[in-house]
Write a protein that binds this ligand. Structure first.
Ligand code: SF4
Length: 352
């Protein structure tokens, strides 16, 4: 299989030596105008276009399925060059008052095919880990979604399939393509990286010069409960993890987010709320509570509305900024990994 154009260095594009401006032209076509074929790069000579086309793939992903409509949450199932499938979700939010309304688009992207971390409530980990996405495949989801939406997303969250910090070199390369002015040109503060809790990588990110945001998928406030639903906690228990978050906050002078999926009867108790408030106060973290989206075949349930409200009030009374985030697209398999799982299980399984 030919490599992706974005995955090789521009020196491998073999551009004519006296035409250094060609690199910028190509980057602009791919990363700013989101073209889907070399033929659309009309200011490049035809021989250069066909030379590039003969050596490099341009598109990282093609949509296999799109669920939802233009003004609602849209979920994309992408097929990659090797036939693997990953998902992204595009979420619109309307800001402002009547007469002065604007829509912000947030794209949730995947970083791996499958996931090795096996959080018990998550569809992405059910079939295990297949491989890391390349930087070009990560950025390719943004390009494809931008082409479909007619514009670049305003915000990016790495909360799709996979553990982004387990694919750190490719993630950092993708961030460069996303943030650099010669790339897509997004603001670093509009990009949120989420992790299930890889403490050493959080410490590594603390020293990265870019000011992207960090979200910790905490989902339980004690080792006892976290061990039951997130195996990663046995490797990096809460004390170690929160220490790494301390280092991140100290180095970046930045607020971090705790993501907390509420699972009925598991992590929605008053004791968990009290401990969560304690951790959030320590790190000045904002808490996003996410009532669970039912995943077919898994035994977890969303708590009743009163339990969700009481849990949130305990945090607020404890001096913590907390909101309940309603997952949009509840009816379109919007919990990460669900669409891919359905597609995989209706096709004959591959031999691996
Ligand atoms: S929640 Fe994230 S880290 Fe955990 S299994 Fe799912 S994709 Fe992997």
């Amino acid at each position: 299989m030919k490599p992706l154009l974005l995955d090789v260095s521009a020196t491998d594009w073999n551009l004519p030596p006296k035409e250094t401006y060609r690199e910028k032209q190509i980057r602009d076509w791919v990363l700013k105008r989101f073209v889907s074929s070399y033929d659309e790069m009309t200011d490049l000579p035809a021989p250069l276009r066909s030379d590039l086309a003969s050596r490099f793939r341009l598109r990282a992903a093609e949509p296999v399925k799109v669920q939802g409509s233009e003004d609602t949450t849209r979920k994309f199932l992408w097929k990659l060059g090797d036939g693997s499938m990953v998902e992204s979700v595009l979420i619109p939010a309307t800001l402002g008052t009547s007469g002065n309304r604007s829509t912000r688009l947030t794209l949730c992207v995947s970083s791996q095919v499958g996931c090795a971390y096996g959080c018990r409530f998550c569809a992405s980990g059910i079939d295990g880990w297949r491989r890391n996405l390349t930087a070009g495949e990560i950025v390719g989801q943004v390009i494809e979604a931008a082409r479909i939406a007619g514009r670049r997303p305003d915000n990016l969250v790495f909360m799709g399939m996979g553990e982004p910090l387990a694919n750190l070199p490719n993630l950092l390369q993708a961030l460069d393509l996303l943030i650099s002015p010669s790339g897509i040109g997004m603001g670093a503060r509009h990009i949120t990286i989420s992790t299930s809790g890889l403490a050493p990588q959080i410490e590594e990110l603390a020293h990265h010069p870019l000011q992207f945001r960090l979200a910790l998928s905490l989902h339980a406030a004690s080792d006892e409960i976290r061990n039951k639903i997130m195996p990663v906690n046995k490797r990096y228990p809460l004390a170690r993890l929160l220490e790494a978050c301390d280092a991140f906050v100290r180095a970046k002078h930045q607020q971090i987010f705790f993501e907390y999926i509420l699972l009925a009867g598991i992590n929605d108790t008053p004791e968990q709320a009290r401990l969560l408030a304690q951790h959030a106060r320590r790190l000045h973290a904002k808490v996003n509570l996410i009532p669970y989206n039912k995943v077919e075949g898994l035994p977890y349930e969303r708590p009743p509305e009163t339990a969700i409200r009481i849990f949130c009030q305990t945090l607020l009374k404890g001096g913590v900024r907390a909101t309940v985030r309603r997952e949009k697209g509840h009816d379109i398999d919007a919990a990460c990994g669900q669409l891919r799982l359905k597609e995989l299980h209706q096709e004959p399984r591959s031999s691996d």
